[in-house]
Design a protein around this ligand. Structure first.
Ligand SMILES: [Zn+2]
Length: 191
């Protein structure tokens, strides 16, 4: 069994034992700095942010968006997103974005691939990509769910569900997100 799988199973067991409520409200909103919103179409980007905010709000997690270049002393807890049209050589052929390394709290979005990807509106697909990558950072484990937002490869049926806004988090994702948020909050209070 891989170490990450073992850690994940242990985390999920811990979540079950302490009875993490699926719909509890995180106290502190997650700060996300979108540093080059102008690289994309602004209305598309803002709509994607609104849809992302809604997906997290549905599971009791607030997102606080900021725009523009981050201050030199960017708070460690803020997630930084960068929209690029190019794709780094290290990215896999199907990746629409990348998150991490986790401790850097950074997301890179491959906008050209998102625009080419499907008949879905760019805003909808971008919102699911942002939600997926933010979740990786919040969960702080390299985990993909068998279905839903955190699936590693979305298929045609998943894209159809996105179009109807019916692609959702699994219960395990919700538990992992709230566990991750609790430990982020703990780290912040000792920073
Ligand atoms: Zn992923």
């Amino acid at each position: 069994m891989k170490l990450t799988t073992l850690i994940l199973l242990t985390t999920l067991q811990a979540a079950a034992q302490i009875g993490v409520p699926e719909r509890r409200q995180a106290k502190v909103p997650v700060c996300v700095i979108n540093q080059n919103v102008l690289a994309a179409d602004v209305p598309v980007e803002l709509l994607a942010e609104r849809l992302t905010t809604k997906m997290f709000a549905d599971i009791g997690v607030g997102i606080e968006w900021q725009h523009g270049r981050p201050p030199a002393t960017r708070p460690n807890h803020c997630i930084l997103t960068t929209v690029t049209t190019g794709v780094p050589r290290t990215a896999s052929s199907h990746a629409l974005a990348a998150a991490g390394p986790f401790e850097t709290n950074q997301i890179t979005v491959f906008l050209r691939r998102i625009k080419r990807r499907s008949a879905l509106s760019t805003a909808i697909l971008l919102s699911y990509v942002l939600t997926h990558e933010i979740t990786h950072l919040l969960e702080d484990v390299n985990y993909h769910a068998p279905s839903g937002i955190m699936k590693s490869h979305w298929d045609a049926e998943d894209f159809n569900r996105m179009d109807r806004r019916q692609l959702t988090f699994t219960p395990s994702d919700i538990s992992l997100i709230h566990l991750g948020l609790a430990s982020r909050h703990e780290r912040r209070s000792t920073e």
